[in-house]
Design a protein around this ligand. Structure first.
Ligand SMILES: [Zn+2]
Length: 323
């Protein structure tokens, strides 16, 4: 085993970095905490399903490499469209298709359009008082909103692959929150009503994109101050040893970013709550206490079947944001 270890390490380093936004840990945390931002009329129903919303927060990532059309929903390469793209791109998806062509749109990602579309679907689910759809859409919508808050999900250089910083994606979105979220302040206050949810989705990707410069620059700057053996360390994950950014480097990066990951994570919590709340208000504030409290047997079966299918389907390379 000892003699195998260096080979295994090399193999791990050569494996493609997975480029899902936020790690599973953060996605689950965001959906879970968003429940507590809701008003009393909503919170009983959402609390009754908090485990569902937490567990299923990562379902869209599980679908990425097996369901055609899923991958582009998680990001938007704003830099593929030139300066101030976030302010120029059409808000209406059909208009964007007419202007850019669907192939190009899907290659560079569609996250803000996806968020806007799902906000409409969730409103319709509330109007129909359909527990299964409300839960299903709330969990998925929470995922895409959280993705829109990740700076590296707004660029073609999503894993630092063009700037010699490969691995920065997982560092920012998984390693940092996993190491440091115990000390984050998650108080966000009650979810606000969004007068213009579509504009908010676009402002969110614009803000994430504006934060991108620091994400890359500070990692580069700090790397000159840390020797390789202080920058990286080895940690045990189950049976394997993985090379990963060291705790010291993670803390220094967090400080240099003035808590950017914490801020974006908190923003995601607030926005997920806000989109859920806005959809409910726009649906005429249906009485959620009159709905079935939990997903139907049919929905639970469907979820179990989907999980099985995902497991059985061979993983394909997904278009975009996958090394
Ligand atoms: Zn994702």
């Amino acid at each position: 085993m000892r003699r195998l270890a260096p080979f295994l390490l090399l193999l791990l380093l050569l494996l493609p970095a997975s480029a899902r936004a936020w790690g599973f840990f953060a996605h689950r945390l965001i959906n879970r905490l968003a429940v507590y931002t809701l008003p009393p009329e909503m919170v009983r129903f959402y609390k009754a399903n908090i485990d569902y919303l937490t567990t299923n927060a990562t379902r869209p990532d599980s679908r990425r490499t097996v369901v055609p059309g899923e991958a582009p929903r998680h990001f938007l390469d704003l830099d593929a469209y030139g300066d101030s793209a976030a302010y120029r791109l059409p808000r209406s998806y059909p208009d964007a298709v007419a202007l850019i062509g669907e192939d190009s749109l899907l290659r560079h990602g569609i996250v803000p359009w996806q968020v806007a579309r799902m906000k409409g679907q969730l409103t319709a689910a509330f109007q129909a008082r359909d527990t299964d759809r409300i839960l299903h859409l709330s969990a998925d919508l929470g995922h895409y909103i959280a993705d829109a808050c990740v700076p590296l999900h707004t660029t073609r250089n999503y894993n630092g692959q063009f700037t010699g910083q490969r691995g920065i994606h997982g560092f920012w979105e998984s390693r940092l929150p996993e190491l440091l979220s115990g000390g984050y302040d998650f108080f966000t206050g009650p979810a606000p009503y969004l007068e213009r949810p579509t504009d908010v989705a676009w402002a969110t990707v614009a803000r994430s994109h504006a934060a991108l410069d620091s994400v890359l620059r500070f990692e580069r700057e700090l790397s000159t101050e840390f020797s390789e053996d202080r920058k990286f360390g080895f940690e045990q994950r189950g049976n394997v040893t993985v090379r990963t950014y060291s705790r010291g480097f993670a803390r220094a990066y967090h400080q240099r970013l003035s808590g950017q990951v914490e801020r974006q994570l908190k923003l995601a919590v607030r926005l997920v709550g806000a989109f859920w709340y806005t959809a409910w208000v726009d649906a005429g504030q249906p009485d959620l206490d009159k709905l079935p409290r939990t997903p139907s047997e049919k929905e639970q079966l469907r979820l179990a079947l989907e999980a099985k299918q995902l497991e059985a389907t061979p993983v394909r390379a997904a278009a975009g944001h996958e090394d």
